[in-house]
Design a protein around this ligand. Sequence first.
Ligand SMILES: *Cc1c(COP(=O)(O)O)cnc(C)c1O
Length: 340
Amino acid sequence: MINLISDTVTKPTSEMMEAMLQARVGDDVFKEDPTVNALEEKLASMFGVQAALFFPSGTMANQTAIKLHTQPGEQLICDKYAHIYNYEGGGVSFNSSVSCKLIDGDRGMMTAEQVEAAINPPDFYHSPLSSLVAIENTTNKGGGACWNLTALQQIRELCDDHQLAYHLDGARLWNALVAKDQEPKTYGKLFDTISVCLSKGLGCPVGSVLLGSKEHIEKAIRIRKVFGGGMRQAGYLAAAGMYALDHHMDRLKDDHQRAKDIADVLKQAAFVKKIEPVETNILIFEIEEKVLQEAEFIKILEQHQIRIISMGEGKWRMVTHLDYTKEQHQQLLSILKQIG
Ligand SMILES: *Cc1c(COP(=O)(O)O)cnc(C)c1O
């Protein structure tokens, strides 16, 4: 089976399992788990921020950030592709009672001009008060696209001018850092809060971390508690994160290269109508239905035990990852060539 539905399908390597088994643990709800504490300190220092907090999921880390930056009735600004808007179960409204002002960006990325136009004037009490701008890097629905730093900086300045909080959903920030050769500290300086995920490209079974100021993270602990995200001997999971940060970061470039290899083959294929530019480990493409019916395509994939995911509107997504081997890669490329 070649499973490219997501980079979340990976299982811990035996070395990672060994690191987990050796973990020193304690009760993290009392902040007494040494491994969770070490992971939080490691990430805070990596990003040059004051504090960090371990979460059971990226969704909960994002939702916590939204909750701490907003009051009920307010509005956040994000791209129409944003994970927080599309794929977090409506948590923005359920958890924080805020609405989203959606921007029609490019591959999930918007310009400072677009953000500025989306800010409601604070003295105009008829419209919701804008309080937060949330961006995503890399963009998921945007096909793993990476922001350029100038655009992020311009939005930062806008947030300062208009007293808006600025959150980064960095579920795949590691991929952007590796692809663009950027430093975590650059992001630590730009944003009020950042969520990063350990269970995507880095290959951990569980875990995300929220980064920010001491003040924000102290509030975040309470919100995490309310959301039911306080975990006890979570050090077994944090140990996987520690291991992954040390051993699984550099290899992300292999995932990126493989996604590019697949794109190169698909570019030649008659059954493919369009491929979005590949910058990291995500590849989004559309089928040319005149050449190959979608139902037929699904059948061929099933025959070869290949799993990829439909994004709706005729779009398909493949995501390369740690458990996608060199052998599987060669096999997939030759199958795709055969389909023609
Ligand atoms: C995966 C992902 C998340 C978090 O999802 P979980 O399934 O809760 O870990 C958040 N944002 C983006 C962009 C993602 O791709």
